[in-house]
Design a protein around this ligand. Sequence first.
Ligand SMILES: Cc1cc2nc3c(=O)[nH]c(=O)nc-3n(C[C@H](O)[C@H](O)[C@H](O)COP(=O)(O)OP(=O)(O)OC[C@H]3O[C@@H](n4cnc5c(N)ncnc54)[C@H](O)[C@@H]3O)c2cc1C
Length: 300
Amino acid sequence: MEKMEKFAAFAKELGVNVLRESMSLHTTFQIGGVAFFAQVGDLAVLMKIMAYLQGHDIDYQIIGNGSNLLVSDSKMDKLFIKLVGNEDEVFLEDETLVRAPAGISLQKLCDFVLEHSLTGLEFAHGIPGTLGGAIYMNASAYGKQMSDVLESIFCLDDSGNPNKMEAGHANLGYRHSVFMGKKYCITGALLLLAKGNKTEIKKEMDFLWEKRQNSQPLDLPSAGSVFKRPKTGFAGALIEECGLKGMKVGGAAVSEKHAGFIVNLGGASCDDVRELIKEIQDIVWQQRGVRLETEVEFVK
Ligand SMILES: Cc1cc2nc3c(=O)[nH]c(=O)nc-3n(C[C@H](O)[C@H](O)[C@H](O)COP(=O)(O)OP(=O)(O)OC[C@H]3O[C@@H](n4cnc5c(N)ncnc54)[C@H](O)[C@@H]3O)c2cc1C
């Protein structure tokens, strides 16, 4: 605990408050126990913090909007560093090349590209994550993915050194990137888009948003699709075919609206969700012979 007190004092000098906070406040599932939590927006400050963390034995994880996380209910000594970004840090490098910080929400990024009549990022409209989280996951929707628009990625390596990585070197695949399993911190990116028609871009964004509203339980806390797309078929369809819509464990339930989502009906614990996941996996395996892998990341 002493090392966290020392870190908190160091961070405070940089203007960053290290809090003891429930991670249910920082995940879209609204699940998670008390942990150390800090929010960082400034790159220079982030670099100093990362450099400090390299030299000290502190368990930490960089997060964005917590929209793909299932965090343990236990009290944790872990430090979560949430990256945040502002609209005024997003700008055009040239006519179609957008530079943005990792902590910016995809929503704000979509607003920016729409304002500048740039096309290519419409698919990300409605994904409730940050740019950093979307790169880490290679987020995708409606047939398009982050790797389609990424030109290069700025990151701090595991020694805290800044790097610029060509997107082609980031090993971006289905829900996969080179950043998985590494202590790298994505700090920003260049996105290569194309000149488009503002009205058409807006129309497509509105269309995709309506599609989401009609098919996803956006009124309840969740972490989006719980399972990866299996080799054949879709996780949601398989779960529905097994009759599992509405199945509950504690406060967690398979969404009635989209069987690929688990929703928090109120007071769901991490264990409720994990047990429900296990039951779904077992039943889908027994009835359909398909092993569902989780897309949501369990964190403890
Ligand atoms: C209602 C809903 C709908 C969704 N729809 C979609 C969808 O259509 N397509 C899709 O792909 N996903 C979807 N998701 C899942 C989620 O929004 C995405 O995976 C998103 O990209 C996660 O971003 P985040 O900022 O919330 O990351 P987090 O959940 O905070 O973190 C996810 C992972 O990324 C790592 N990470 C985050 N930021 C950084 C960084 N700067 N540097 C290094 N590592 C980092 C974290 O450590 C963690 O391992 C949905 C989720 C919800 C709740």
